[in-house]
Design a protein around this ligand. Sequence first.
Ligand SMILES: [Zn+2]
Length: 211
Amino acid sequence: MTSRARRPLVLCYHAVSPTWDHRLCVQPDLLLRQVRALSRYWKVHATFDDAFRSAATVFPALEQLGVTVEIFVCTAFTRDGAPLTIPELAGDDPAELATMTWDDLRGHADRGVELGSHTVSHAHLTQLADAELRHELADSKRELEAELGRPCNQLAYPYGEHDERVRAAARAAGYSLAYGLRGPKGDPYSAPRVDLYRRHTPLRTFLRVLL
Ligand SMILES: [Zn+2]
């Protein structure tokens, strides 16, 4: 271990399963190898978009590694833990797409997991009219705060898609931080994350973070 303070590194994951062969799903043992390798050099914050129920299987191991965890929730689906039935995932197994319920999320929050908004319906924000954009950003925040009884100040843009109008709307809706995917640091409304997938062996993980 180094005595120097490790710089923060935010990772983006989706589903976690040893058996679901899907581009959005990482096997739990691979995910933990990725995080363990990176944690030697960075202070890792692991975020999980879409609140897939399967992601929770790795939370205890991540907590043991000292890695903070955050879930980004689409409120239209999480009401009853419905599968994330967005057009991009049509035809995929609904059981694998199951999302966390409000009770699940309250339980994770009570154990220290952070919770943020991933909008209401996982829309392509840059394509929405102003009123729809406001609805996706403000109503998801409001519902998360009402259900969880705590402020919701963070947002992750679906598909990592944002532009100047979307970033301004995120600020106007009251968020203090909004994550995209890869990109430069500096703007809290386009905070970068490194998205990792099943092709990322520990070596490829380093290359993805560094290049
Ligand atoms: Zn998503």
